[in-house]
Design a binder for this molecule. Structure first.
Ligand SMILES: [Cu+2]
Length: 122
């Protein structure tokens, strides 16, 4: 026969083992998620009516952030309009996550001579 004290210790040990197992499982999941969302963050400046750099090599999962440094609004818009920053005023940014099938050529809707592109690294 186990005394009630022995039962309490046994229950405590069972709980402890359960929680330790859960903690390890969730830590593993966090690491796996971090790997899945890991990607390079690219920065593109819009300055003096130019996207800079004008060509950027990216891969799926990377993020690209465009920031407008001009006093006039600009956009970063796919040539087929499949993605679009909308109007970016001075100091405003737009971030987009790269996908394998995204349109790589883009321009500014307000100033169509402003063209740039992304190169997709497979
Ligand atoms: Cu523009």
């Amino acid at each position: 026969m186990m005394t009630s004290l022995q039962l309490s210790i046994a229950s405590f040990l069972m709980l402890f083992i359960t929680f330790t197992g859960l903690a390890q499982a969730s830590e593993t999941n966090v690491e796996e998620e971090a790997k899945a969302i890991e990607g390079t963050a690219h920065i593109i400046e819009i300055r003096d009516f130019v996207f800079s750099p004008i060509s950027v090599e990216v891969k799926a999962g990377d993020t690209i952030t465009w920031t407008n440094f001009d006093i006039v609004p600009h956009t970063a818009t796919a040539i087929d309009h499949s993605w679009d920053s909308g109007s970016l005023k001075l100091g405003e940014s737009f971030t987009y996550t790269v996908t394998d099938d995204m349109q790589l050529d883009y321009f500014c809707l307000f100033h169509p001579m402003m063209k740039a592109n992304l190169a997709l690294e497979k």
